[in-house]
Design a protein around this ligand. Structure first.
Ligand code: HEM
Length: 931
């Protein structure tokens, strides 16, 4: 590599000695870029590339627009060729020149930037809270910490029901029945680390422990950064909610505080800013996912002790005098709201250790537990502990199936619905009248929808499997029992219990696939992410088995390497070669394809933060009926009338098909400031028995993050390898013309941020971070580049959620901000890298031949292609569309033109990554396109 770089450098020097003026042209920049060596992966946290490339690189990948963008705080790749809509593509002859096409350079460059980010994130952002961190830093017996694969902390404790089975006091290794399927509590996914990812393991962190809990003021840097300005209720969370999160309503729109009009007549309207290319199904999908991955609550509650939620002090600039009654009335907040305090697992001062002269904490100042399994195992459907497991009702007539009962809906369906919870099934009276599912909290119409759909899918798989078994009873099902691995299990020998577990594996993998190649590319609607997500799942080179085999060998070597940093650095790059699914599935070691990068897998608290997506939910659902004209909105049903037991009633009343149609066509709420649902600011919480009986959920989002010590926004960005901001004005999108209404609005919001978080007179002697340095290498100080004594924005105090909602400048088609995306690059990949059932155990021995094919081909009928192209790609009928076609057959004609189940169903997808809101043929009369 070094030799190539030298030759490259010499050629470019000669080139530019002769033609200095060419240097600033695209051609010149591309020569420098092409012959320059690859950028080194940063050795130090403060040397990270921050998503910002060299000038030549930017010019070569995106022309002068891209060069100009380098002066902003935001990542560069969003201004490369072909990373946006049609107008971002270069046209003319050059764009046809394959390898030389600017469009190709742009997209490939964006992919490369993302991969560098991932490598750096794997290197600098893994902090395990379960006691393994000291070895991660020091290494163990000559093995680098990031190459350690087995941890004593993840052994099953004495007294665990499987303690003896995994080896008791000796070396622990899961075997036999424990490794066949996904276990209820998530143990034994990693065979040599039985506890990893199981229920009740500590949440990890993505930022160094000493950067957590800034309000505790535990070190000088933190004190320099925030002074004494932070507290659990400071700045006041309800004031933040009311000033920065509330949806503005046009006068007389009949919203009536999110209750709409009597009889749900469609004349009601609750204004909200709509995301252009995502539907309401996508909002509830992600809530459905988070219930699988993490929860801080146990049976829907926290500690019994209640605490105040703010609405007591005004913004910082006004000092700390209490809000007057008039101000409370104007803000419409509630000082008497109370909520239960978070569970905390450990809050004693953490033990410290010194390595190479630096002192480290062994864990964060406080820790909390993940009360569900961290695996992508559909535990919200199938359970994560004994109590939740009991809520999963199996069909007494066929124990391979989930219990579904007939319900007389208006749609007269033939497929059943989940049964209702019985009082003995739960500990939280708030859940009465809901369907019996493993994770019943915050139940609503969308969760009821997806739980019913996937319960149906489970049973449809079982039926299809039984048909296969009836047709080919003697054939090898592919399934094996590790107790006797060479014995063939024929289709007719698969027991109902085995079939239940196979169906669970299949449903969980289908869900992971939908999320990876359908939900995510629609959430981040552009070409680089489309390619990245498909590569994550099926591999960039999935059509080239030879290359795949070679890459797999490299991967196997990297996975074994004791030189952790190098292995970690390149593993993710190569992993996108063969794709995650099936990584290493032709090797004998069923555990050999996973990689935890030296840090046991669990989600970090910071990951929960970026999933606080409440502003996606509208206040009213535009209800349509399939059997009359789907283009007509018949009712506007308040979401608040579709919560908890009412969700179940509503689903039963109208049937899944009409709800699918309604949520499939309606756009969800934009993730931006001043766009939170009104109903969530006044959510009734009878279980708390407080004076108001209500909470403000957006305010609670802020409080919970503070309780769990999530760094504030600017330090959050620095720690994740993104450029810091220096003032609230940095949020204003630089591409907007000076007096455009949107720029005016953004300026007003910057002013509001200043009002809420305030300003202070800065002291340049105070160093406020070690995560990043200024471009000249100098330390970053309290003055953020301004002269000593200047008034600077308290941007360091801004809560993470507020910050990422304020990011107006985003890559094309991004419903989320680049800061959230950065967190996903790391953790969404790990969810796949770490899970045996998506890597080396994704094979027929566990899934059966029939199940393996079902996941790969999206169902039992083989791969089905869409007739047309989408964004220049020939594509398969999407996995969610196939699931919906099977589980709700009434949707057949409505789904026909749908390419991605999360794109509003009646939208015309138009040209290359168009965000336009136009009806597809046949939907011209749909009233949703009139505004
Ligand atoms: C009708 C819709 C919804 C309702 C009623 C609702 C309600 C709530 C409530 C009350 C909490 C606070 C729990 C606590 O900390 O005490 C919460 C937390 C949360 N919500 Fe929602 N929510 C809704 C939709 C969503 C959606 C669409 C998402 C998208 C991902 C979401 C993501 C989250 C997350 C990530 C948390 C934090 C969970 C944790 O700390 O473990 N919610 N929600």
């Amino acid at each position: 590599m070094k030799k190539l770089a030298l030759i490259g450098l010499s050629v470019s020097l000669l080139f530019f000695a002769a033609y200095p003026s060419l240097r600033n042209t695209q051609l010149g920049s591309c020569v420098v870029y092409a012959f320059g060596s690859f950028r080194e992966v940063a050795q130090e946290r403060s040397e990270r590339f921050l998503g910002k490339v060299f000038e030549d690189t930017a010019r070569c990948r995106g022309g002068e627009e891209s060069v100009k963008w380098r002066t902003t705080a935001w990542v560069d790749w969003q201004r490369y060729w072909a990373t946006g809509a049609e107008e971002s593509r270069s046209t003319g002859l050059i764009s046809k020149l394959g390898f030389w096409s600017p469009n190709r350079r742009g997209v490939a460059g964006a992919l490369l930037d993302m991969e560098y980010q991932r490598i750096e994130l794997l290197r600098f952002n893994l902090f395990d809270n379960s006691g393994t961190f000291e070895e991660y830093v020091r290494g163990r017996n000559g093995t680098a910490g990031s190459a350690i694969k087995i941890w004593p902390q993840l052994r099953l404790p004495r007294g665990h029901s499987a303690y003896v089975d995994v080896g008791g006091d000796g070396p622990q290794r899961c075997q036999g029945e424990l490794i066949r399927f996904r276990n209820l509590t998530g143990i034994c996914n990693d065979i040599t680390n039985p506890l990893m990812g199981s229920t009740d393991q500590p949440f990890a962190r993505n930022v160094p422990f000493d950067a957590t809990f800034p309000d505790l003021g535990k070190n000088e840097i933190v004190i320099n950064r925030h002074g004494d300005r932070l507290g659990l209720l400071q700045p006041d969370p309800q004031v933040i909610s009311r000033k920065l999160f509330s949806r503005a309503q046009a006068p007389n729109n009949n919203c009536h505080d999110a209750h709409g009009l009597a009889g749900y007549v469609p004349e009601a309207n609750c204004d909200y800013q709509k995301a252009p290319v995502l539907n309401v199904l996508a909002a509830f999908w992600i809530q459905f996912m988070t219930h699988d991955w993490f929860s801080h609550l146990e049976e829907g509650h926290n500690q019994s002790e209640l605490m105040a939620m703010g609405c007591s002090t005004p913004d910082v600039n006004n000092g700390q005098t209490p809000l007057s009654a008039k101000e409370v009335q104007q803000l419409r907040c509630r000082p008497e709201d109370r909520v239960d305090k978070s569970y905390i697992a450990a809050d004693k001062p953490p033990v410290t250790f010194t390595h190479e002269g630096n002192q480290h904490l062994t864990r964060a100042h406080k820790t909390t537990l993940n009360k569900v399994t961290a695996w992508w195992d559909a535990s919200q459907v199938y359970g994560y502990n004994d109590l939740s497991g009991k809520r999963v009702k199996r069909d007494p007539n066929d124990p391979a199936k989930l219990l579904l009962e007939p319900v007389i809906t208006r749609a007269q369906e033939v497929i059943g619905y989940l049964p209702l919870l019985q009082p003995s099934d739960y500990t939280n009276p708030q859940w009465s009248g809901q369907e019996s599912v493993a994770f019943p909290d915050n139940w609503n119409i969308g969760l009821s929808f997806f739980h019913n759909v996937f319960a149906r899918e489970h049973n449809i798989f079982v039926d299809a499997f039984r048909q296969q078994a009836a047709a080919f009873p003697e054939d090898d099902s592919g399934l094996r029992n590790p107790a006797n691995p060479t014995a063939v299990i024929r289709y007719k020998d698969v027991t109902p219990d085995e079939l239940f577990e196979v169906a669970r594996l299949v449903v969980a993998a289908e869900i992971a696939k939908i999320h990876t190649i359908e939900w995510t590319p629609q959430l981040l609607y552009n070409e680089p992410v489309y390619l990245a997500m498909n590569a994550n799942w099926s591999g960039l080179v999935s059509k080239h088995p030879l290359v795949e085999k070679a890459l797999e060998k490299v991967l196997a070597r990297l996975a074994k390497s004791s030189s952790g940093n190098k292995a970690a650095a390149w593993y993710s790059v190569f992993a996108t070669g063969p794709g995650i699914i099936g990584l290493g599935n032709n090797r004998p070691d069923v555990n050999g394809g996973v990689n935890h990068f030296g840090s046991p897998f669990n989600f970090p608290e910071e990951f929960v933060t970026v999933y606080r997506l409440h502003s996606m939910v509208p206040d009213l659902i535009e209800f349509r009926a399939l059997r009359s004209d789907p283009n007509v909105i018949r009712y506007k049903i308040p979401v608040v009338e579709t919560l908890r037991g009412k969700a179940t009633q509503q689903v039963h009343r109208y049937g899944l098909a009409d709800w699918a149609l309604s949520m499939g066509r309606q756009r969800l709420g934009k993730l931006t400031l001043q766009n939170h649902p009104l109903f969530l600011q006044s959510l009734s919480m009878p279980r708390l028995k407080s004076v108001t009986g209500k909470i403000d959920v957006p305010a609670l989002d802020i409080i919970r993050d503070r309780e769990r010590g999530v760094p504030r926004y600017n330090e959050f960005r620095r720690q994740y390898g993104l450029k810091q901001l220096t003032s609230f004005d940095d949020f204003i999108d630089p591409t907007l013309s000076k007096n455009s209404p949107e720029r005016v609005r953004q300026r007003q919001i910057a002013g509001l941020l200043r009002e809420v978080y305030g300003q202070h007179k800065c002291e340049d002697s105070k160093i406020i971070t070690t995560a990043q340095v200024n471009s000249d290498g100098a330390k970053i100080t309290d003055c953020l580049g301004r002269p000593n004594g200047s008034m600077v924005d308290n941007i360091e105090d801004m809560d993470a959620v507020v910050g990422w909602l304020a990011e107006f400048a985003r890559p094309h088609g991004f419903a989320i901000s680049e800061t959230q995306f950065q967190v996903f690059i790391l953790n969404a990949s790990r969810r796949l890298f770490s899970d045996r059932f998506f890597t080396s155990s994704f094979r027929p021995e566990f899934y059966t031949h029939f199940g393996f094919k079902w996941v790969n081909e999206n169902g039992p009928d083989g791969v089905i292609k869409e007739t047309g192209e989408s964004n220049g790609h020939q594509i398969e009928v999407s996995p969610l569309k196939r699931v919906l076609q099977r589980t709700i057959p009434e949707l057949k004609s409505e789904l026909e033109p749908v390419v991605n189940g999360f794109d509003p169903w009646a939208r015309d997808r138009g040209d290359y990554y168009s965000l336009q809101w136009r009806p597809r043929p046949g939907a011209e009369s749909d009233v949703a396109f009139k505004n």
